[in-house]
Design a protein around this ligand. Structure first.
Ligand code: SF4
Ligand code: SF4
Length: 139
């Protein structure tokens, strides 16, 4: 079990989550970031820092919702060869060591850019609202 990054990250990629991950297990694709399902320690820090609420614990994701395909997609990102790579990434030893991968899974690559941007903008608005609410709660 692990945390999973959903579609709201596509074409947003502000990397707030990367800075907050204590085990360096959030890897950068071309249009989205991916959490390594074997390296994630389920601390939840990334979910709290994402401005567009793109990150969820996999058990909390609605199996019929839009982020459900992204649960298995993290496995695809790490354990299947990505476009332009002869072998899977497997356990690369840390996102900062590996650097940006520059490729995405077929699921993410197929998301239309305009739709992703609109979804990201909508999600960004929702995330901003949520962040504002959290800030209000802390006052
Ligand atoms: S839940 Fe914790 S360990 Fe897992 S990706 Fe997020 S910050 Fe990293
Ligand atoms: S904080 Fe959210 S939008 Fe930013 S890179 Fe991480 S998952 Fe993507």
């Amino acid at each position: 079990m692990a945390y999973v990054i959903g579609a709201a990250c596509v074409d947003v990629m502000d990397r707030s989550c990367v800075d907050d991950c204590p085990v360096d297990c959030i890897y950068e694709g071309a249009r989205k970031l991916y959490i390594h399902p074997e390296e994630c320690i389920d601390c939840g820090a990334c979910a709290r820092s994402c401005p567009v609420d793109a990150i969820s614990w996999d058990r909390d994701i609605d199996p019929d919702g839009p982020d459900a395909p992204h649960i298995g997609d993290a496995e695809v990102f790490f354990y299947h060869p990505l476009p332009g790579r002869p072998a899977p990434l497997r356990e690369p030893g840390g996102a900062s060591t590996l650097g940006p991968v520059g490729a995405d899974t077929a699921l993410v690559a197929a998301i239309p850019r305009a739709t992703a941007a609109a979804g990201g903008a909508a999600a960004s608005t929702a995330g901003t609202t949520a962040a504002g609410a959290r800030a209000e709660e802390r006052r």
